[in-house]
Ligand binder design. Structure first.
Ligand SMILES: Cc1cc2nc3c(=O)[nH]c(=O)nc-3n(C[C@H](O)[C@H](O)[C@H](O)COP(=O)(O)OP(=O)(O)OC[C@H]3O[C@@H](n4cnc5c(N)ncnc54)[C@H](O)[C@@H]3O)c2cc1C
Length: 175
């Protein structure tokens, strides 16, 4: 009997094959990407993951995959709201083990769609890694990877400082 890993690999091995349609045309690749998350058992987070693991059956899934631009939204297999670098490493290993694509979400503002991924795992920095601290003496800001300009601006202003960033303050400060 095939175990889960063997099943995943056997599906993956034909993922990029193209089939000859009834009239001899080469058809689009088979939609195996929709099968992969189920085989990889995405419903529960990888062991030792401390963040929030959101899959399609969770009430906040729609919010988790929402982006500033509707065209940038993709139905990810899981959204991992990471809490620290260790969580990021765990998710990367999990994705590698199951051969799933990943995307990183900072502010979720880019209309390009690269902060989300169909049937893959999104490493989302916006929930827990969006803090900003300012050292007024050195005039340095320490900015989380998921921070938006609004947080940077407000924190800097508390110290009588200003940044030279964008004026649309819901854009990520990572760019
Ligand atoms: C209304 C509007 C106004 C804008 N105004 C400006 C402007 O004034 N100046 C300007 O320069 N741009 C502007 N932009 C462009 C915008 O800044 C870019 O789309 C930017 O990429 C948004 O960053 P984000 O992190 O919010 O987006 P996301 O969609 O979260 O990320 C964009 C890309 O960066 C990657 N990424 C994000 N954070 C990280 C991270 N911490 N580590 C690794 N990868 C990461 C994502 O994977 C993705 O590929 C504007 C866009 C819009 C829609």
């Amino acid at each position: 009997m095939m175990n889960e890993r063997n099943q995943t690999e056997s599906v993956l091995s034909v993922k990029n094959r193209r089939t000859i349609g009834p009239l001899g045309f080469i058809s689009a690749p088979l939609p195996y990407s929709h099968v992969l998350p189920a085989l990889a058992n995405m419903s529960s987070p990888p062991e030792s993951f401390t963040g929030d693991w959101i899959t399609a059956d969770h009430p906040s899934y729609s919010k988790a995959i929402a982006r500033w631009a509707a065209n940038a939204e993709h139905r990810a297999a899981a959204v991992a709201f990471v809490k620290n670098a260790q969580d990021v490493a765990i998710v990367l290993n999990h994705a590698k083990q199951h051969k799933l694509p990943i995307a990183i979400r900072g502010g979720g503002h880019s209309p390009s769609g690269t902060s989300s991924i169909e049937s893959g795992i999104v490493i989302d920095l916006s929930r827990y890694l969006s803090g900003v601290t300012v050292d007024p003496t050195e005039k340095l800001a320490y900015v989380g990877g998921g921070a938006i300009w609004e947080t940077v601006d407000k924190t800097a202003i508390e110290h009588g400082l200003a940044t030279v960033g964008g004026t649309v303050n819901h854009v990520s400060s990572f760019r």
